[in-house]
Ligand binder design. Structure first.
Ligand SMILES: N[C@@H](CCC(=O)N[C@@H](CS)C(=O)NCC(=O)O)C(=O)O
Length: 233
């Protein structure tokens, strides 16, 4: 954790408060934007384009030397991991969306928070293959098929839970739905979701706070298709 340098990195949508989120529309930072909307706390948003030089600009290097999104300034510090952001925001600003040490469900809540990244790594690999490697000759169809199969497999754990209840925690919607829900909703661009998973993704997408986290007109978005087909064998 580092002390926050002066805010920079893109247009300010909403200034004058302690929380700043650096965000690439539709990317993992959408988890945090969605949660901030659920919490209804004031924040400033800096929107970046993953494919432009935004992420490698000197101003952003001072915020996130690795050049990833999200980054979040909070209480005079900058943090760099979406799971940590979700946990800290719930702990400090949304205890009904958290499970504190000693609470029922604490272990399950933590497991889901981190499992979101098990799903997320396959989404990142598929995003790289389908979108970032623009020349098809540089893509590996074998790796793309493997990553698609591995992503599908990770979703089974979520499916087992959302077949029987609306949200991941039996007590109702919580912060881990922002983490895993974004992953499932985004996974639907690369794999055909089962009915239970699609229904869960739809429940997430119907929430006003989720809708408020969708890209605004004129923002450059990460994904330009609803679904990315695998290349022919
Ligand atoms: N585990 C990190 C991953 C952050 C991350 O890799 N974000 C992607 C966008 S979804 C990114 O910035 N990619 C740019 C790159 O890899 O250069 C988190 O969840 O915050």
């Amino acid at each position: 954790m580092t002390d926050a340098p002066p805010a920079s990195g893109g247009p300010v949508h909403d200034a004058g408060d302690a929380i700043v989120l650096w965000h690439v529309p539709l990317s993992r930072s959408m988890r945090i934007l969605w949660l901030l909307n659920e919490l209804d706390v004031p924040f400033s948003l800096r929107v970046m384009d993953l494919r432009s030089k935004d992420m490698r600009a000197a101003e952003y290097a001072a915020i996130h030397p690795v050049g990833r999104a999200p980054a979040m300034q909070i209480e005079g510090h900058v943090i760099h991991e979406s799971g940590a952001m979700i946990e800290y925001l719930c702990e400090t600003r949304g205890r009904d969306l958290w499970r504190a040490p000693g609470d029922d469900g604490r272990l399950g809540w933590l497991d889901w928070l981190h499992f979101a990244e098990t799903i997320g790594q396959h989404i990142a690999n598929l995003t790289q293959s389908h979108l970032m490697l623009r020349d098809p000759a540089t893509r590996s169809p074998t790796v793309m098929r493997l990553e698609t199969a591995r992503l599908t497999r990770t979703l089974r754990l979520v499916e087992q839970t959302v077949e029987g209840q609306d949200w991941l925690m039996s007590g109702g919607f919580s912060g881990v739905d922002c983490a895993v829900g974004w992953s499932v909703w985004t996974a639907g661009r690369f794999v055909r979701l089962t009915p239970a998973l699609q229904a869960y993704a739809d429940r997430c997408a119907e929430r006003p706070a989720f809708r408020a986290a969708l890209p605004k007109a004129g923002e450059v978005v990460l994904y330009d298709r609803d679904f990315y087909e695998l290349p022919d064998a």
